[in-house]
Ligand binder design. Structure first.
Ligand SMILES: [Zn+2]
Length: 184
């Protein structure tokens, strides 16, 4: 059984699969798009990132909330940061980590992604940036840049056993429920 066979797609699969075009400039249209992405993210308290194709706009724009899974300190994640035309310059230190997506509510997995990512692009003011993301921030930015290529996190799940849902047990503790078990 393949991951693909057990994942139910939302009705917007074709929108999620379509590749996005670079923004020519950070103009009013792109600024409105950034606002829409931030507003949409704000309505999902559990969401930490969103890419334009997830709201059916095929421009290379993503928003991320860095510092979301910082285990050492329990600080609030940063306010959403927009990355326009993000381009990966260097990716290394691949590790297994948590993955999930607002386009697949309630579905989670472990995937392998870089924990060091150097990215170039434009910020919201249209100024070039060149910065390094590390740890889970790198995972998050990598996940969102994947969306711009029509790549989804389920594509990076190697084994169906790595895919799970979460539910509360009798004691109110969150437990993982495998979505499927391997079939011989
Ligand atoms: Zn996603």
């Amino acid at each position: 059984m393949a991951v693909r066979d057990i994942v139910l797609y939302s009705e917007n699969e074709s929108a999620l699969r379509k590749k996005s075009e670079p923004a020519r400039a950070v103009n009013r249209r792109i600024k409105n798009l950034i606002r829409d992405l931030k507003d949409t993210l704000a309505t999902h308290p559990e969401g930490i990132g969103l890419a334009a194709p997830q709201i059916n706009v095929h421009q290379r724009v993503v928003v991320v909330r860095l510092g979301s899974r910082n285990e050492e300190d329990e600080r609030e994640p940063d306010p959403p940061l927009a990355l326009i035309n993000p381009e990966i310059i260097e990716a290394k230190n691949d590790q297994r980590d948590f993955d999930g997506c607002l386009s697949f509510p309630g579905l989670f997995a472990e995937t392998v992604r870089p924990h060091y990512l150097r990215v170039r692009g434009l910020n919201e003011r249209g100024k070039p940036f060149d910065r390094i993301f590390e740890g889970f921030d790198a995972v998050l930015v990598h996940h969102e840049i994947d969306h711009l290529e029509g790549v989804l996190f389920i594509d990076r799940v190697e084994r169906v056993e790595d895919l799970y849902r979460v539910r509360e047990d009798e004691d109110g503790k969150l437990v993982r429920m495998p979505v499927a078990t391997a079939v011989a």
